[in-house]
Design a protein around this ligand. Structure first.
Ligand SMILES: O=C(O)CCC(=O)C(=O)O
Ligand SMILES: [Fe+2]
Length: 305
């Protein structure tokens, strides 16, 4: 792997040491070989697939989201719409509403090349959650995603499912794209207890209440930690990221620890995360239907523990 010279990169205002950063490994050369893709997923915990999606379809999705932000007067329209320059006082992070009833985004994520990929990778017809996590991250030190594994948010259906992280725009390093902790998907020694967690459960009998709430929605929002630098020191490996372009997709397993970097620009960083699994397996009820219940009160499940 060639050494990359990263620009100065920050996580919540703290500079990342270049020695502890690395480039994602591309898996495009394996695309015709599902067994090799599955072996790579087992090895790396992710598949980085530059150019999997049609760039024009991504551009259409980007335009649809920017149109909505423009209608809400979030954008500086003295600049080209497609640059996505935010008005100076606008702070944004998680905006799933921008993907709701958005046929262009739905077409990109749930038709065509993406679904074909998952049918091929899983070896049988795939399906997807209906809920689309859309991130619209403004610049600054407060919008980077804190390190977490996705399993704690979506473990009530199929146990084998995958996230596709799709940039809706080119996301150069300094715009704070996704980063994954190298090798973390194999680290049951550190993460095993956390992987068993469900952010929406709690103990009804009180005894272990504190323990039961450790990574809950109300306490950490499901994050394993807020300390991206410290957790890397604890676990080893590097934080891997990419110089993402429209059309790229990063697919990863539920156990891989990931987060994102600070957006150091005045342009909005747009991306989606969407989820895929075998159609023959049960779906986590929180994320399906026309108005998925998502997290919070309606999803809370009491356990005797
Ligand atoms: O885009 C981000 O900052 C976080 C995305 C994420 O957590 C995911 O794709 O599962
Ligand atoms: Fe995630």
């Amino acid at each position: 792997m060639h050494a990359t010279t990263f620009p100065a990169l920050y996580y919540r205002g703290l500079q990342m040491r270049p020695a502890y950063m690395g480039e994602l490994r591309e898996a495009t050369d394996l695309l015709n070989d599902p067994a090799a893709l599955r072996a790579r997923m087992a090895e790396d915990g992710y598949l980085f697939l530059p150019g999997l999606l049609d760039r024009d379809e991504v551009l259409n999705a980007r335009r649809s989201v920017l149109d909505r932000l423009a209608e809400q007067e979030m954008l500086d329209l003295t600049q080209p719409l497609m640059d996505g320059v935010l008005n100076p006082d606008v702070r944004l992070a998680f905006r799933p509403d921008l993907a709701t009833k958005n046929p262009v985004v739905e077409h990109l994520l749930y038709n065509g090349a993406m679904m074909r990929f998952f049918d091929h990778f899983l070896g049988e017809p795939a399906t997807h959650f209906d809920f689309t996590w859309l991130r619209a991250k403004s610049g600054g030190a407060d919008t980077a995603t804190t390190p977490h594994c996705d399993i704690v948010f979506m473990n009530r259906g199929a146990k084998e499912l995958y996230t596709a992280w799709t940039p809706l725009g080119d996301i150069p390093y300094e715009m704070g794209g996704l980063m994954v902790l190298e090798g973390s998907h194999t680290r049951a020694d550190v993460l095993g207890e956390y992987w068993q967690f469900d952010v929406d459960t709690y103990c009804v009998n009180g005894e272990k209440e504190d323990e039961s709430l450790k990574w809950s929605w109300s306490k950490t929002g499901g994050s394993f930690t807020k300390d991206a630098i410290g957790v890397r020191e604890q676990m080893g490996g590097r934080w891997l990221t990419g110089d993402y372009k429209m059309g790229d997709v990063l697919i990863f397993c539920m156990q891989l620890l990931h987060g994102s970097l600070d957006n150091q620009t005045n342009r909005v960083r747009l991306s989606t995360d969407s989820r895929y699994q075998r159609a023959s397996e049960p779906l986590d009820p929180r994320w399906i239907g026309e108005n998925p219940i998502a997290h919070g009160e309606a999803a809370r499940e009491g356990l005797i523990c």
